[in-house]
Ligand binder design. Sequence first.
Ligand code: 13P
Ligand code: SF4
Length: 314
Amino acid sequence: MDLEKKEYIDKIKSLAREKNAVIFAHYYTRPEIQEIADFIGDSLALAQQATRVQADILVMCGVHFMGETMKILCPDKKVLIPDTAAGCSLADSCKAEDLAAFKAQHPDHKVVSYVNTTAEVKALTDVVVTSSNAKKIVDQLPKDAKIIFGPDHNLGSYINSVTGRDMLLWNGACHVHSRFSLEALLQLKKENPGVEVLAHPECKGPILAQSDVIGSTKALLEHTINSPAKRFIIATESGILFEMQRACPDKEFIPVPPEVTEGIGCSCNECEYMRMNTLEKVYNCLLHESPEIQVPKETAEKAISSIQRMLEMS
Ligand code: 13P
Ligand code: SF4
């Protein structure tokens, strides 16, 4: 079936009403997905919102770990994702068996994991964090606590620097955020003197060192809304520009380009996993109520306490 965009939108909306389904979308998804979503947010807001809605079906337009987090928090609801191949290079950089072995080498350490992890990794974790709350949560841990932080090395280094901690860092990275070009950023700053640089903490240290505001997608969006400035240089996945432009039609957003890297499929600052969510797939997943996220009961029971701890400490 190949319907027109408008037809898909109408059919998705009526199917969602009929099936009492709520559609969630991350800020990095395609504009048309953000347009049909009932809730758009960063990973923390999406998890929080999932626990509040009255619905039989939750459709998570984002990546796989976001669907898993929803299913763990809402085990009685049907959680659908439009494409099971929508993974995350950062989550892939930390396998549960490798983390278990690392924990065994450091038995006196607590594990703080970024939300971009599999359910199995969350089951080995003491407290989950997102880019919105990582500093706040690490600040609440005892000053002498020994901590393993994973999987994002860039976020971990940043949190070490703002909390004064010395957490042991996992060596993972997001392939989108770690490839912004410092050279291009310096050139953009030169061409746009005085324009603030906004960056996601998954970016590398040299990019963060050149940034004025470092925060989660939601924090960066809020800054653009609340700031009197009219122009911003943005170092994060470019999907957020849609919501920034929608919220601030009179402002200008200048995306930082990635380094040109041979062998990487996408030479733009887009997360190809997030872009796997299309209107056609949302329609089909609602129609067939598939693919559905399943998390084994034993894993979910272990993982939920680390997610709930995060929600309590946020
Ligand atoms: P946020 O926590 O800002 O939503 O980030 C999630 C993510 O996948 C960033 O790449
Ligand atoms: Fe994962 Fe990076 Fe995509 Fe975020 S942008 S979902 S961290 S691969």
